[in-house]
Design a protein around this ligand. Structure first.
Ligand code: HEC
Ligand code: HEC
Length: 90
């Protein structure tokens, strides 16, 4: 008959729900964004670009990465200006 305990119970549930939501969001932010874009390979073809200024290095990429080159870009490749902004060096 007394409504107070019911309301109290509800607000505890709401608080728990709120905390769970916060925890879920935090977990998502910590775990979700894993970078998947391929890094600049560490091999003979690419090692000279490790220490070059990015803009300088990017002039050479399309010598091999072009439709007629030894390693054409995939057909669904995203816009490709500034290669090294996406394909990070390690
Ligand atoms: C001398 C030729 C050559 C040049 C210049 C070159 N690449 Fe490559 N690249 C290759 C070849 C061949 C492959 C495929 C085999 C491999 O993984 O090494 C490749 C593969 C890649 C890959 C895919 C790696 C993977 O894990 O699948 C990326 C990314 C890449 N190159 C980025 C670049 C960027 C950025 C530049 C310019 C800074 C560049 N390449 C310049 C020959 C070249
Ligand atoms: C806007 C971001 C972006 C830019 C700029 C960019 N790429 Fe990519 N590239 C990607 C993504 C995303 C993929 C496909 C996912 C992956 O890395 O496997 C890809 C794929 C590739 C691949 C094939 C990798 C594989 O595993 O088969 C090569 C080679 C490559 N890019 C080279 C280049 C070169 C050379 C340039 C500059 C001319 C360039 N990319 C610019 C995002 C980018």
């Amino acid at each position: 008959m007394n409504p107070t305990p019911v309301r109290k119970k509800n607000s505890i549930l709401l608080n728990v729900a709120f905390l769970l939501t916060c925890a879920a969001i935090l977990l998502f932010l910590f775990k979700a964004p894993k970078e998947t874009t391929a890094k600049l390979p560490k091999d003979a073809n690419h090692s000279r670009f490790q220490d070059m200024p990015k803009k300088e290095a990017e002039k050479f990429c399309t010598e091999c990465h072009n439709p007629a080159g030894i390693s054409p870009l995939p057909a669904d490749h995203p816009p490709k200006y500034r290669c090294l902004f996406c394909h990070k060096r390690t």
